[in-house]
Design a protein around this ligand. Sequence first.
Ligand SMILES: NC(=O)c1ccc[n+]([C@@H]2O[C@H](COP(=O)([O-])OP(=O)(O)OC[C@H]3O[C@@H](n4cnc5c(N)ncnc54)[C@H](OP(=O)(O)O)[C@@H]3O)[C@@H](O)[C@H]2O)c1
Length: 281
Amino acid sequence: MPTVTSLAARLKMRDGHSIPQFGLGVYEMSDSETYNSVKWALEAGYRHVDTAEWYENEGACGRSLSDWLKSSGTPRSEIFFTSKLMHNRTYASALSDLRLSLKKSGLTYFDLYLMHSAIGGPEIRKEVWRALCDAKEEGLVRSIGVSNWGAKHIQELLDRNAELPVINQIDLHPFMRHPEIVDICEKNDIILEAWGPLARAMRFGHSVVVKAAKAHKKDEAQIMLRWGLQHGFVVIPKSVSQKRIVSNANIFDFELTKEEMAELDDLDEYLVTDWDVVDTA
Ligand SMILES: NC(=O)c1ccc[n+]([C@@H]2O[C@H](COP(=O)([O-])OP(=O)(O)OC[C@H]3O[C@@H](n4cnc5c(N)ncnc54)[C@H](OP(=O)(O)O)[C@@H]3O)[C@@H](O)[C@H]2O)c1
């Protein structure tokens, strides 16, 4: 069980770059909520922000980041910025959508760019993935990955000996463990990034989570996030509250025991908190 000791801790990815294991998710935030949340997170020591074309807040994320970099004197290279392609259509549209996202965010490159889903079928997936590989060669993105890809989609890449994603971002928390996807990713050195790491607050109050929280004098959100870290997942909790942004990151001073991890592992109930497209054709 890896011991994670700092908010700045990074995991090495298969392409040689590294990703902070903890970050801020900004789904379903207005522009003003996004601007403030990103600022509060950076002030609290977060160095990783996860947005998407879909969230319609790449601009607010980028503005908040640029303003903070300027006022704090921090170099851009210390921050890890992810965005995602909403639609899988053609090679050309993938590249033009990526360029537009960069323009909106005001950045010259993304640290990570993900296909938001595997939707579209094998031929479209192949074309869009080729576009992402070329975008990386061109320097528009440092690393490329996927999101909501099932085991069969990863297998498709393996079968044709294609470049593998560095990350698969899927819904991962004690109540949704996706063992088959986790297994194929871990065997192939693809890091799992947990979206919905708090299960969208839908299972707070569960006795197993409450018990661990009491034992460590932590709150339930902190227990769920720590579970993700100790599994070696990247976790990107979302909050629009400054207090929660700070408390969610206060998880580097304790360790769940083997027994607590096993009890949390046993909670898997295939809880869908948002969309579920890992089985798409
Ligand atoms: N790739 C994908 O398809 C996909 C899908 C969904 C999400 N994501 C990414 O993953 C990120 C996180 O997932 P998510 O936003 O779906 O869900 P989440 O992080 O599991 O949960 C967010 C919810 O929990 C609440 N919350 C946060 N901290 C809390 C705390 N300490 N105590 C109580 N409640 C707390 C938030 O409310 P407040 O804001 O009011 O604090 C919000 O309602 C997203 O923001 C996005 O970046 C990706």
